[in-house]
Design a protein around this ligand. Structure first.
Ligand code: ASP
Ligand code: MG
Length: 439
């Protein structure tokens, strides 16, 4: 059998879909390289937000009706299969109006309609541009996820055969599949979304399943920058990141990428490219690390809270760290950071988790006579980059003033600083590690 060229997966986010002629041009450019293309699309801009708003008002029939009308207007010229999705959305919202409590799987099914409408609309527009586009809905394709509605994970082994078969068959017929991002089908056979921004993750996942030669994520404005430009005006694009750097960036709050996007690409060694629709020269390539390349990016997470637990005779109480983290996780608290010395344990978490956390730790404070201090209001400023520990001596003294906690790995160095100093520390570190280091 003739070996076909590995496909390229192109993913267009809501805003970058607005101009289908532009999408068509990008597709043609890749086809001209001789590679087949699989498109992945998220909902049109603002659509998922509108669906979420409707779900937040479960009894509001009027608002639901208006929503369906608004979505009809946002997707002009829908073919019949797409129009059926509008009718289905109306019925699903009626179910919401009638059901006594929130059903997470029903909510996910409703949220998935945004991507379904988008692919039917886009495929039609691309067909008008002369491309052989066919809409593909990921649950029907066989993209299988776990049952965590609202934040599900793709199950790669389960998804592999069907996704490959379905897409390769279409490619073999010379078609251009336009696949929904954001959701798949759960193990129990219902629609499950991958969390906000999940179309990037879906695209990377589909790329991994197809052994794509690369996955391109097209965003309207941004590529990956050395910091959020609203915080740090001199932030600049980062042309190349290792998988691990990108993963840390997403985890520490850089909003350009869904945090799970990198893993499937890393595991199968596929290059990810994040590029800006407006300015094609702004590209970030995410690939295996290259020796000699130095990247630094800064993120800030806030507002956060820090709790300090003083454990008398710390070292004589083996297992205290495990006990604290077990109690917190049993109570469903997500730790952002945990710092320990022998007698002091610092816990960083989101403000809304504080009450639960303090309750969960009550037995420890009683039994171990530990003392709880705080909560202190903090921001977590993180410098990310392979080899970032080499920069310890560049940290400006001002950034270190009042630091409440410090954690470091060879790739990420985080400071928990008083909330009011967050912006200043962020800018100071950016100056020292990015701006001045390159000058
Ligand atoms: N439409 C979904 C969202 O807005 C998924 C995505 O855009 O990636 O979160
Ligand atoms: Mg979206």
């Amino acid at each position: 059998m003739k070996r076909r060229r590995a496909p390229v997966v192109l993913k267009f986010g809501g805003a970058s879909l607005e101009n289908p002629a532009r999408v068509a041009r990008d597709v043609r450019a890749v086809l001209a390289e001789g590679a087949p293309v699989v498109l992945v699309a998220s909902a049109r801009e603002g659509v998922t937000d509108l669906l979420m708003k409707a779900l937040a008002r479960p009894r509001d029939r009027g608002a639901h009706r208006e929503l369906v009308d608004a979505l009809r207007r946002r997707h002009p010229g829908l073919p019949p299969a797409g129009r059926r999705h509008l009718a289905r959305l109306r019925r699903l919202l009626t179910q919401v109006e009638r059901s006594p409590r929130r059903d997470a799987a029903l909510a996910d099914r409703i949220l998935s309609q945004g991507e379904r409408l988008a692919v039917h609309w886009l495929a039609r527009r691309l067909a008008e541009e002369g491309l052989p586009a066919v809409p593909v809905e990921a649950d029907h394709l066989g993209l299988i996820t776990d049952n965590t509605y609202g934040a599900s994970l793709i199950l790669f082994d389960r998804s592999g055969p069907a996704v490959r078969r379905g897409l390769e068959r279409r490619l073999a017929h010379g078609e251009l599949p336009v696949v929904t991002g954001y959701f798949g089908r759960s193990l129990e056979g219902r629609v499950a979304t991958l969390g906000r921004g999940g179309s990037d993750y879906a695209a990377a996942g589909i790329g991994a399943l197809l052994s794509a030669s690369r996955v391109e994520l097209v965003k309207r404005h941004v590529a990956v920058l050395s910091a959020d430009p609203r915080e740090v005006p001199e932030a600049r694009p980062i042309p190349e990141l290792s998988y691990e750097e990108a993963e840390e960036l997403a985890q520490f709050g850089a909003r350009v990428l869904h945090p799970l996007t990198i893993e499937p690409a890393r595991a199968s060694g596929i290059t990810l490219r994040v590029r800006s629709l407006e300015d094609p020269s702004v590209v970030t390539t995410i690939a295996p690390p290259r020796p000699g390349r130095r990247n630094r990016a800064l993120t800030i997470l806030r507002p956060l809270r820090l709790l300090r637990l003083r454990v008398p005779g710390g070292r004589q109480r083996p297992g205290i760290v495990a006990e604290v983290s077990q109690r917190l996780s049993a109570a469903g608290v997500n730790l952002v950071q945990l710092y320990t010395s022998s007698a002091l344990l610092c816990i960083v978490l989101a403000p809304h988790e504080i009450v639960t956390a303090i309750r969960a730790l009550a037995p420890v404070t009683r039994e171990a006579a530990a003392m709880l201090e705080g909560p202190f209001r903090v921001a977590l400023v993180t410098a990310i980059g392979d080899g970032v520990l080499d920069d310890l001596d560049r940290l400006p003294a001002d950034a270190l003033r009042g630091v409440e906690g410090f954690s470091a790995t060879p790739r990420a160095l985080s400071l928990a600083v008083p909330l009011a100093r967050g912006s200043r520390v962020l800018r100071g570190l950016h100056r020292a590690l990015v701006t001045e280091a390159r000058a």
